[in-house]
Ligand binder design. Structure first.
Ligand code: C2E
Ligand code: CA
Ligand code: CA
Ligand code: CA
Length: 386
C-alpha cells in the first residue's frame, strides 16, 4: 500500500512508472525486479568500478525524482539506494541482497535521495542492533522500564493542566537510557507494540492509584508510535486496558505524530473515531513538520496540536519560525483546537508565545521530565517561586 503525502493511495500506477524509469537506465540484459512494497532490486552485470556505479546511481535517483503526473497531480518520488558488489560484498545472491539492504538502511538514515555503498561496519551495527533488541525484550519482562512525567502548563493561570508520560530504560549496565536510544530499535523489531501497551497500562494504573488516594488529577498524555497506531489489535487492546484498569478515559490523551496520521488518511480517521468513541483525547504531536493543510485537519477528530520544538527553539531570532507558529495558532483557533508549544526553555520564548496567543506550553522552563509516579500538580513551577 503506497500513499502520497496527502494520504491518497497511488500504488500500482506509481510502481509501473518506477519500473519503467529504472529499465530505461540499464542495459537489456540487466535485471530490474520488485522486491515487495516500494523496494526494487537492480542487478547489473560488469557494472564497472565504484566511480561508474556511483555515477549511474545518482543518475537513477535524478531520473526517479522527476515529477510523475497521476490523477491530475504531480508526485515527486524520493529514492534511497544501497549498493553491494560481487564478489567483494558477498558470494551468494541472498548475501548480496542482505548487505544491500543494510546499505539501504544506512542511506535512509542519511536522508532522502542518498546512495550508500555497503561496508563491513554495517554488519557490526546490525548485530549491535540485534543485541539491543534482545536486551530490550528482557527489559520489558524484568521491570527495567520506567516512566518520567513532564508538566504541560497553562501560562495564563500558571497551572499544570496535564503531564506527558515519557519512557525511560534503566539499563543494568549502561545506566539510564533515553528513548532516542531504543525506540528506533523497538520500532524496527516490533517490540514497540508490547512496550507501548506497557506504557498505557502503567499510566492507567497510575491514574487509578491517584483516584483511590484522592489526589489531584489532570490528564496524562502518552505517545503512540506509528506501528502501534497501525497495529490491527490496537483498538481491542486499548479497550481491554481501559476495562481492566477502570481508568476514566477522559484522563488519557494519545499523542500521535503528524506524519503517522497523514499516512493513509482513511484508516487514520477510522481509528481516531474509534478512540474518540472510547472517550480518549487526541493530540497531533510534532506538528508543523509535516504538510497538513487546514482542509486536511478539518477531517481529523483531534483535540490538540503540539507545535514541534524545532519551531520554538529560535523563535526569538527566526522570523520564519515565528510565522509558522502564528499560522498554527490562527489555524487552531479556527478549528477550535488547543495548542501546546513544546520545548520552551526560556522566559523570552514563553513571553513571545504568550504574545502570539499560545496558552499552553511544555518545556524545561517549567519542568523537566521526572521519573516516578504521576506527580502532584502543585509543585513544578520554578518561575512562580519568586
Ligand atoms: P516527544 O513526544 O516530542 O517528547 C518530547 C521530548 O522533548 C522528550 O524527550 C522531552 O524530554 C523533550 N523535551 C521536553 N521539554 C524540552 C525542552 O525544553 N528542551 C529540550 N531540548 N527538550 C525537551 P525524550 O523523553 O527524550 O523523548 C524523545 C521522544 O521519544 C519523544 O518525543 C517521543 O517521540 C519518543 N517517546 C518517548 N516516550 C515514548 C513512549 O512511551 N512511546 C513512544 N512510542 N515514544 C516515546
Ligand atoms: Ca520504503
Ligand atoms: Ca509527545
Ligand atoms: Ca513532540
Amino acid at each position: 500500500r503506497i500513499n502520497d503525502s496527502m494520504g491518497h493511495e497511488v500504488g500500482d500506477q506509481l510502481l509501473v512508472e518506477v519500473a519503467n524509469r529504472l529499465r530505461g537506465q540499464v542495459r537489456a540484459n540487466d535485471i530490474v525486479a520488485r522486491l515487495g512494497g516500494d523496494e526494487f532490486a537492480v542487478v547489473l552485470r560488469n557494472s564497472g568500478g565504484r566511480h561508474d556505479l556511483l555515477g549511474l546511481a545518482e543518475k537513477v535517483v535524478a531520473v526517479l525524482g522527476r515529477p510523475v503526473r497521476l490523477n491530475g497531480r504531480d508526485l515527486v518520488i524520493s529514492t534511497s539506494m544501497g549498493i553491494t558488489q560481487a564478489p567483494h560484498d558477498g558470494d551468494s545472491a541472498s548475501q548480496l541482497l542482505r548487505n544491500a539492504d543494510l546499505a539501504l538502511y544506512a542511506s535512509k538514515r542519511r536522508g532522502k535521495n542518498c546512495v550508500e555503498f555497503f561496508n563491513i561496519d554495517m554488519q557490526r551495527e546490525a548485530s549491535q542492533l540485534m543485541q539491543l533488541e534482545e536486551d530490550l525484550r528482557h527489559a520489558l519482562s524484568s521491570r527495567q522500564l520506567a516512566l518520567a512525567f513532564q508538566p504541560i502548563v497553562n501560562i495564563e493561570q500558571d497551572r499544570v493542566v496535564a503531564f506527558e508520560a515519557l519512557v525511560r530504560w534503566q539499563h543494568p549496565e549502561q545506566g539510564l537510557l533515553m528513548p532516542g536510544h531504543f525506540i528506533p530499535a523497538a520500532e524496527q523489531s516490533g517490540l514497540i507494540i508490547p512496550l507501548g501497551f506497557w506504557v498505557l497500562r502503567s499510566v492507567c494504573q497510575g491514574l487509578v492509584a491517584r483516584i483511590e488516594a484522592q489526589r489531584d488529577l489532570v490528564p496524562v498524555a502518552l505517545n503512540i508510535s506509528p506501528q502501534q497506531f497501525r497495529d490491527k489489535h490496537f483498538m481491542t487492546e486499548v479497550a481491554a486496558i481501559l476495562r481492566e484498569t477502570g481508568v476514566p478515559p477522559d484522563l488519557l490523551e494519545f499523542e500521535i505524530t503528524e506524519s503517522t496520521l497523514m499516512d493513509n488518511l482513511d484508516a487514520t480517521i477510522a481509528i481516531l473515531n474509534a478512540l474518540k468513541g472510547l472517550g480518549i483525547r487526541i493530540s497531533i504531536d510534532d506538528f508543523g513538520t509535516g504538510y497538513s493543510s487546514l482542509a486536511l485537519l478539518k477531517q481529523l477528530p483531534v483535540d490538540t496540536l503540539k507545535i514541534d520544538r524545532c519551531f520554538v527553539k529560535d523563535i526569538g531570532e527566526n522570523e520564519e519560525d515565528r510565522q509558522i507558529i502564528q499560522a498554527v495558532i490562527a489555524m487552531s483557533a479556527q478549528l477550535d483546537l488547543d495548542v501546546i508549544a513544546e520545548g520552551v526553555e526560556t522566559v523570552a520564548q514563553r513571553d513571545l508565545l504568550h504574545a502570539f496567543g499560545c496558552r499552553q506550553v511544555q518545556g524545561y522552563f517549567y519542568g523537566r521530565p521526572v521519573i516516578g509516579a504521576i506527580p502532584d500538580t502543585g509543585r513544578l513551577l520554578p518561575h512562580t517561586a519568586d
